[in-house]
Write a protein that binds this ligand. Structure first.
Ligand SMILES: *[C@@H]1O[C@H](CO)[C@@H](O)[C@H](O)[C@H]1NC(C)=O
Ligand SMILES: *[C@@H]1O[C@H](CO)[C@@H](O)[C@H](O)[C@H]1NC(C)=O
Ligand SMILES: *[C@@H]1O[C@H](CO)[C@@H](O)[C@H](O)[C@H]1NC(C)=O
Ligand SMILES: *[C@@H]1O[C@H](CO)[C@@H](O)[C@H](O)[C@H]1NC(C)=O
Ligand SMILES: *[C@@H]1O[C@H](CO)[C@@H](O)[C@H](O)[C@H]1NC(C)=O
Ligand SMILES: *[C@@H]1O[C@H](CO)[C@@H](O)[C@H](O)[C@H]1NC(C)=O
Ligand SMILES: *[C@@H]1O[C@H](CO)[C@@H](O)[C@H](O)[C@H]1NC(C)=O
Ligand SMILES: *[C@@H]1O[C@H](CO)[C@@H](O)[C@H](O)[C@H]1NC(C)=O
Ligand SMILES: *[C@@H]1O[C@H](CO)[C@@H](O)[C@H](O)[C@H]1NC(C)=O
Length: 858
């Protein structure tokens, strides 16, 4: 039983929400200490970031009479967590030094923040520089731009831990590379914070009796993972403002074990372990191998990390046993790069009892043999000691790079994947391109490639904070907005200005109306503000009147935003080929003078969400809700099966289900849609996009998209409709934040009825409710293969509606009729080869369905 990914997922969600709530939580003493420096470089005054940390200007610490200038970034990447410190920078055209007076006995955190962007018209590609901290080289020939590109991040944080400085002065020197013309150095943020000495000698793996004195070296943090747990932001750390990331992206292979959370209370032991080692959150979640001893013997629980060769790395494994109670119940070996680091590890044996945190340090030298720039960490049961269970456990993992004998810590810049470069080079229209549109966040360390999913949790957690207010309160964003401001965004800084004319396929151009710009201006009173009915990442949406008084919604790209060009094209390409009663219709578009405008049917009743909660609209009746769900299910079913290729919507949620004046549900927002696999492949591999609260945990884990991801999101929609509350509600108690988790929890406990929307409790027929809830629960199955198809969902919803209308009759038929009848009709409606389907040719008609299930109708 591997249901724990659900838990993992909910933890991620939780972390997002909790961090959203706790914006105001306080920082540790050391942070407010006068010995700490938290500098927003190039800023003219002090400011506070979105985490409520205070940043001071940097001018006092640098010789401003020299060779540096301050500048503001020309573009603001939508994924930046905060404008402070990233939007301002200090630029150095020759060697320059920051000076800090620091305590002499204390190790220091030095964190450097870089946001590669265009500053003062300087080409970010020209920036190569080194950074030294007294005698240590932290970075050399460093290109923030290449690094960010390779890691698909918008900004980069590098964290170092310096050995104590006897002289009491830290010189932090930035030197532009002399190997390149016009090279310059820059930095956006600097943190210099005294820290306790938390490092000790670590056994050198591969040698029986050698240890490395980690504490006497300067370190770079490469990875810091809350294994089996959630992202932990700096303000939730145990006083050292460290960031802990989810370990999922680093797991090797399909066998990822299972995650769990402690149900007992975990406490620091009274001696030996300072609280600063790691927050209790790290110790109260873990990844284990799974319940099946036979399976566990046959695989290694493995994580893989990209590192630089020719360095020694220190590993800190954090453990806390909260499931087993005795010695020799769970005993395991630890391997690093296929060498044994630990035999017969037994957490209870080490810690003395259950619920007590413990950590173990090891060191390993990574040489330059080919293929050795990867670190493999693996756990496997110690079969030889015959433990009670063949299993292993890990709660947290930190990996640090040690300075080499010359005091160097710098490695080469990571190499961007050729595929990604290629995709960026021809960033015209092509559905596959979006797989490579970088998804953003900040991350420590130098790993390439696998960083993506980690960054998402960060990104979304940051994003939520800024967008939540606008999202929850407003009812104006009911139009098909794309470049979704509240979902993953693409980078705005990469693509250049492009001529729009060649973007659309001739097919798309032929299929929908091409409006003239003057016509559009006329319809919107020259884009008058009074006509604005919504704002999204892509730009504003206007109400307009065309031809003989037909009301339309007009979506206009923000001329200054490059973001969304791709979504614009996707939406036209998708919508122009799809016509269905339950999909929003694109009437036409306009591409002139750099304007990109889409014209849609006007949806008089707005989004489904604004009729469910947090609005002044009267509550929808249960029957109307059911009909809307059925309509939306038909739209999605059509996307999955009705067009030439399976189309996966990727962003199913209540704000993307629109209602026309007759309350007909229409699925909208195809900006993220992807054409699904052709028959042979079973999934599309892709960078994760979509909206949190609705994201399929399996998609999140494996980054493989199938139409079952839409089914999952639709399951969340069904619960939203049933319970009348948002998919994510950060102001709820912990366990209720994520609707998907809360609903499943209540369903298991048999208390689901208690959380349904009081407005509909009276209306709802118990049989209808049972069928509906059962369907919604099935949609949320952890594994896609266990979820029903959209067609089955539709069938069940229709059935549920029949029960509401005619409880006795529907029941009768349920026993005699099988789904086969329906399957036949599904096949009839199946794959059509023209690629373009017209009109409302639904898979089958409601009347026909009624005939099947309602005996009176025959
Ligand atoms: C700046 O440079 C001047 C002259 O080179 C020197 O006197 C002064 O101490 C320097 N200030 C700092 C903060 O280093
Ligand atoms: C920087 O380099 C990348 C690829 O190496 C290129 O695509 C991009 O256009 C360059 N940027 C500028 C401003 O020249
Ligand atoms: C820092 O720089 C100053 C001069 O700029 C120099 O006198 C001092 O020795 C340097 N300190 C260290 C530890 O390198
Ligand atoms: C730098 O510029 C000089 C003169 O403009 C040129 O000769 C040299 O090749 C350039 N070097 C590089 C690395 O581009
Ligand atoms: C590692 O060290 C060896 C020997 O000093 C050197 O030849 C090699 O280039 C180094 N590799 C890297 C990646 O720096
Ligand atoms: C460790 O062993 C696996 C196979 O067991 C191999 O694929 C992998 O490359 C090895 N890793 C290292 C770093 O040698
Ligand atoms: C686990 O990893 C170790 C070290 O690389 C290897 O010797 C062992 O065969 C692996 N076990 C399995 C079941 O793959
Ligand atoms: C790191 O630098 C310190 C001080 O220079 C030195 O004592 C130590 O040996 C270095 N670490 C390694 C692993 O070489
Ligand atoms: C500096 O980095 C660039 C990009 O990674 C690389 O192509 C170049 O060879 C490096 N130069 C030096 C001197 O190491």
């Amino acid at each position: 039983m591997k249901c724990n990914s659900q838990i993992l997922f909910s933890l991620i969600i939780l972390s997002i929400c909790l961090s959203t709530i706790s914006v105001t939580s306080k920082y540790s003493k050391s942070e407010s200490n006068s010995d700490s420096y938290i500098l927003a470089c190039g800023a003219s005054g002090a400011g506070t970031d979105s985490d409520s940390r205070d940043w001071q200007p940097d001018a006092k610490h640098i010789n401003s009479s020299g060779n540096s200038i301050t500048s503001t970034a020309e573009n603001q990447d939508p994924s930046l967590p905060s404008t402070i410190p990233y939007m301002t920078a200090r630029i150095f055209t020759s060697e320059s030094t920051y000076k800090f007076s620091v305590p002499t006995k204390s190790r220091l955190w030095v964190r450097l923040h870089f946001y590669p962007s265009t500053y003062s018209s300087l080409d970010p590609n020209n920036s190569y520089f080194s950074v030294t901290a007294n005698s240590f080289t932290l970075l050399n020939n460093f290109s923030a731009s290449i690094t960010a590109q390779a890691l698909t991040l918008a900004y980069i944080i590098r964290e170092f831990s310096l050995i104590p400085i006897d002289s009491g002065t830290l010189n932090l020197t930035f030197t532009p590379s002399s190997k390149y013309n016009d090279s310059y150095a820059f930095v956006n943020g600097i943190e210099v914070i005294p820290m306790p000495d938390i490092y000790q000698p670590a056994a050198l793996v591969g040698f029986s009796d050698q240890a490395v004195d980690v504490g006497s070296s300067t370190l770079q943090t490469m990875f810091r993972l809350n294994v089996g747990g959630q992202f932990i932001p700096a303000n939730k750390d145990s006083g050292l403002t460290r960031i802990w990331y989810d370990d999922t992206p680093y797991l090797f292979g399909a066998a990822g074990g299972v995650t769990s959370q402690a149900s007992i209370s975990i406490q620091y032991p009274t001696d030996n372990l300072p609280n600063s080692i790691a927050p209790l959150d790290v110790y109260s979640t873990a990844r284990t191998m799974g319940p099946d001893s036979k399976v566990n013997q046959k695989y290694n629980l493995t994580w893989v990390f990209q590192v630089d060769a020719n360095f020694t790395y220190a590993f800190r494994f954090h453990f806390c046993e909260y499931q087993e109670t005795k010695v020799n119940q769970r005993v395991f070996d630890i391997y690093v790069n296929n060498r044994t680091a630990q035999e017969g590890g037994d957490v209870i044996g080490w810690a003395g009892s259950q619920g007590v945190p413990i950590y173990k340090d090891y060191a390993f030298y990574v040489s330059d043999r080919s293929g050795d720039d990867e670190l493999w960490v693996a756990l496997n049961p110690s079969v030889s000691v015959k433990p009670e269970y063949y299993d292993a456990i890990l709660n947290g993992l930190e990996i640090f790079k040690l300075n080499d004998s010359r005091g160097n810590l710098a490695g080469p810049n990571p190499v961007p994947s050729p595929m990604m470069l290629q995709a960026e080079a021809k960033k015209g229209f092509s559905p596959s391109v979006s797989s490579f549109v970088p998804v953003i966040g900040g991350i420590l360390g130098g790993s390439a490639g696998v960083a993506v999913a980690v960054t998402i949790s960060i990104f979304v957690y940051r994003k939520r904070r800024t967008d939540y207010g606008s999202q929850s309160g407003s009812s104006a964003n009911w139009l098909p907005l794309y470049g979704n401001s509240h979902t993953s965004a693409s980078r705005s800084t990469i693509s250049g200005k492009s001529s729009c004319n060649s973007h659309l396929s001739t097919l798309a151009q032929g299929l929908c109306h091409h409006f003239s710009l003057p016509g559009i201006k006329h319809a919107t009173k020259n884009f008058d503000e009074s006509q604005v009915i919504g704002v999204g990442g892509f730009g504003k949406v206007y109400k307009g009147i065309i031809d003989q008084g037909i009301k339309v919604a007009i979506k206009r790209s923000n001329p200054s935003s490059e973001q969304g060009v791709h979504e614009f094209q996707t939406e036209i390409e998708m919508l122009s080929k799809l016509r269905h009663k339950h999909l929003v219709s694109l009437i036409g578009f306009c591409e002139e003078e750099g304007e990109m405008v889409l014209v849609y049917d006007y949806m008089a009743n707005g989004t489904l969400r604004e009729h469910l909660y947090k609005s002044n609209n009267p509550a929808l009746s249960w029957k109307k809700r059911l009909e809307i769900c059925i309509g939306a299910a038909k739209g999605l079913h059509y996307l999955h099966t009705g067009a030439r290729h399976t189309i996966i919507h990727r962003d199913v949620k209540t704000t993307n289900i629109l209602l026309d004046e007759k309350w007909v549900a229409k699925v909208s927002d195809f900006g993220l849609s992807k054409t699904g696999p052709d028959l042979k492949q079973t999934h599309v591999s892709t960078v994760i996009k979509g909206s949190f609260g609705y994201l399929d945990p399996e998609y999140f884990r494996r980054q493989q998209l199938t139409e079952k991801s839409d089914v999952y999101s639709f399951g969340v929609v069904l619960f939203e409709v049933l319970c009348g509350r948002p998919a994510l509600n950060p102001s709820s108690p912990k366990e209720q934040v994520s609707l998907a988790d809360w609903a499943l929890h209540c369903q298991r406990k048999g208390t689901l009825w208690d959380i349904i929307d009081p407005h509909i409790k009276e209306d709802i027929d118990p049989e209808c409710y049972n069928k509906f809830a059962e369907t919604a629960v099935k949609c949320l199955a952890d594994h896609g293969c266990n979820r029903p198809s959209m067609g089955d969902v539709l069938w069940n919803l229709e059935f549920s509606l029949q029960m509401q209308d005619n409880p006795a009759g529907a029941k009768l038929v349920a026993d005699s009729e099988t789904k086969d009848t329906y399957s036949i009709h599904r096949e009839m409606a199946g794959v059509e080869e023209t690629g373009v389907r017209e009109g409302n040719d639904e898979p089958y008609t409601s009347e026909f369905f009624s005939q099947i299930v309602n005996p009176k109708g025959r």
